[in-house]
Design a protein around this ligand. Structure first.
Ligand SMILES: [Zn+2]
Ligand SMILES: [Zn+2]
Length: 184
């Protein structure tokens, strides 16, 4: 959504509250990193206020969403909600001219009296979404060999030897063999 800040910029109001829903990102074609397998059953809620304090324009915003995500260990669906709060300084496109890019990253830019922040909010969602969703803190996960859900009980697979330890095992075998030969 584009937030209309023209009245504020004209000095008619100092506060612009807003609340709207944002269409969740379309993840059907595959999702980057932490949004893998995540579904949003409802639109994301965006709520906040823009405040103009004698030319210093700043915003407080809360983005919240219900989501369903696969447990990082057993892949079971986990339903939870997520919210983040953001404080941002706003600047007009005219004032942004000449600002160096690093500095500009700290601002939301008002273009022709409107602020369109939805793209940035979705970027923020990609960055701030929980990196690891678990169905429960002590989820035992799936057996890497047979795929059995170990929360339902143990499987009958033998744990595979750790390949990193293979050279050590070879050395030990060699030593054992030498020892046996010496004894003979
Ligand atoms: Zn789990
Ligand atoms: Zn197994």
């Amino acid at each position: 959504m584009k937030l209309d800040l023209r009245e504020m910029l004209a000095g008619a109001v100092t506060t612009v509250p807003f609340a709207y829903t944002l269409t969740p990102p379309d993840l059907s074609a595959g999702a980057p990193g932490r949004l893998w397998g995540v579904r949003f059953p409802a639109p994301l809620c965006v709520k906040g206020t823009v405040q103009n304090d004698a030319g210093y324009i700043h915003m407080t915003l809360t983005l919240s969403a219900d989501y369903i995500a696969p447990c990082a260990r057993c892949l079971a669906d986990v339903s939870d909600s997520f919210s983040l709060t953001l404080e941002k300084t706003l600047t007009t496109a005219a004032d942004a001219v000449g600002m160096d890019e690093d500095k500009l990253d700290d601002y939301f830019v008002i273009e022709n009296g409107f602020l369109d922040m939805d793209g940035q909010l979705l970027d923020l969602l990609y960055m701030e979404f929980p990196a690891k969703v678990l169905c429960r803190q002590d989820c035992k996960g799936l057996c890497p060999i047979c795929g059995q859900d170990l929360n339902q009980g143990p499987c009958h697979c033998k744990p595979e030897p750790d390949p990193r330890l293979a050279p050590l095992k070879a050395l030990l075998d060699e030593l054992n063999e030498k020892e046996n030969n010496n004894q003979n």
